[in-house]
Ligand binder design. Structure first.
Ligand SMILES: O=C(O)c1ccccc1N[C@@H]1O[C@H](COP(=O)(O)O)[C@@H](O)[C@H]1O
Length: 214
């Protein structure tokens, strides 16, 4: 694989964790958001994360989490990274960074070029900016909907911080996404599922094969 790190997100079963590990994913993602079909509550996390090999980092996905949820999830999920998917301000990231020994990733919803400008506010406080598709206003989730944005927006964007690409990726379109954006970090959820919340090991492996073929 051409130095591309992949996060398989929304893992809720041992089978899916093992498929992600076997296929060579760098990150195992667990969603701590009760509206999500992939929600993991902190008390369930230890039984899952014990199957994540040392070669992978554990990422917790949150949407404007309370301090209490974060504290419980970080401990129970032995999280290396927290990914914030809501309207969290840079100050919130700064204070979380001071309090917890984790990396912080900030997801930025993208539909137009001006959305990319928003990312600049997080450059000092986020370890990685994740460009994700903006989901429709009426939708229940700010991510994990299998929606892609216009990757050409990233084409000429001057990145001044580490960044990754997510939103609507799957085995059929990931080569094109990589060709257009030059991303070196990818995050996928719906594109490796049979139905919302149910990961499909064959799709995980096909996605990783498609990335390796680039
Ligand atoms: O996956 C979820 O249920 C989810 C819920 C709330 C916020 C983010 C969520 N997932 C993240 O969304 C993107 C894109 O997912 P997809 O591949 O388009 O399904 C990805 O970063 C997930 O981590």
């Amino acid at each position: 694989m051409a130095d591309i790190d992949v996060k398989i997100c929304g893992l809720t079963s041992v089978e899916a964790i093992e498929a992600a590990a076997e296929a060579g994913a760098a990150y195992a993602g667990f969603v701590f958001f009760e509206k999500s079909p992939r929600n993991v509550v902190p008390r369930e996390a230890p039984a899952l994360v014990k199957h994540v090999p040392k070669t992978m980092k554990r990422v917790g996905v949150f949407v404007e989490p309370s301090d209490s949820l974060l504290e419980r999830a970080i401990v129970a999920g032995r999280l290396d990274i927290i990914q914030l998917h809501g309207d969290e301000r840079p100050e919130r990231l700064k204070s979380l960074k001071a309090r917890h020994k984790v990396e912080i990733w900030k997801a930025i919803p993208v539909s137009t070029a001006s959305d990319l400008e928003r990312a600049k506010r997080y450059r000092d406080d986020a370890n990685l900016i994740l460009f994700d598709a903006r989901t429709p206003k009426a939708s229940r989730l700010p991510g994990g909907m299998g929606i892609a944005f216009d990757w050409k927006l990233l084409n000429k964007f001057k990145h001044k911080a580490p960044w990754g690409l997510s939103g609507g990726l799957n085995a059929d379109n990931v080569a094109e996404a990589l060709a257009i954006t030059g991303a070196t970090m990818l995050d996928v959820s719906s594109g490796v599922e049979s139905e919302p919340g149910i990961k499909n090991p064959d799709k995980i492996s096909a996605f990783m094969e498609a990335v390796k073929a680039v």
